[in-house]
Ligand binder design. Structure first.
Ligand SMILES: [Zn+2]
Ligand SMILES: [Zn+2]
Length: 161
């Protein structure tokens, strides 16, 4: 059972969550020139998600936000989510079926291992051979701009069913 829950194993998660809350608000304050209301709402929702360590889809977030502010545009939400992913405050979890969800992360350098059955995920650390990827690009005469890695399998709970 151990190790199958979507939990970042930090000793003092509360302090991490407070730091995250601060970081999210800072990112939004810097982007605040355009409009203030939705950013504040989203920041508050994400802080709540961070404290509960929940993962969510854009649709989940959209529905929650619409209940509080019906004027919020979906493109605004996408743009703000992109900013947070870019800043490293939100992580995108890619599933084997091509769908994805997000979670607020404290720990920057990790990958996600997802269960194909219950869609639970864990964070794992890998040392990736980045030079090899770059070299593969060079050999094909490409300037490599990125790569994605999707790790998936079946968790112990699902295996024992
Ligand atoms: Zn993560
Ligand atoms: Zn599972």
């Amino acid at each position: 059972m151990l190790g199958t829950k979507p939990v970042t194993l930090h000793e003092d998660q509360n302090r991490d969550a407070e730091m995250l809350a601060h970081n999210i608000r800072t990112v939004f304050q810097q982007a605040r020139k355009r409009s203030t209301c939705p950013q504040k709402l989203i920041a508050e929702l994400l802080v709540a998600q961070a404290l509960e360590q929940k993962d969510f889809s854009i649709d989940d977030l959209w529905h929650q936000l619409r209940q509080q502010d019906a004027r919020l545009g979906r493109s605004t939400l996408y743009r703000l989510i992109e900013i947070l992913v870019h800043e490293g405050l939100l992580d995108r979890i890619d599933f084997a079926d091509g769908t994805h969800r997000y979670h607020v992360c404290a720990n920057k350098s990790h990958q996600h291992l997802t269960c194909v059955h219950c869609r639970r995920f864990v964070e794992v650390s890998l040392t990736l051979p980045v030079e090899q990827f770059v070299n593969a690009g060079v050999q094909a005469d490409f300037a490599l701009e990125g790569f994605t890695l999707t790790l998936f399998g079946r968790c112990s709970d699902c295996r024992s069913q």
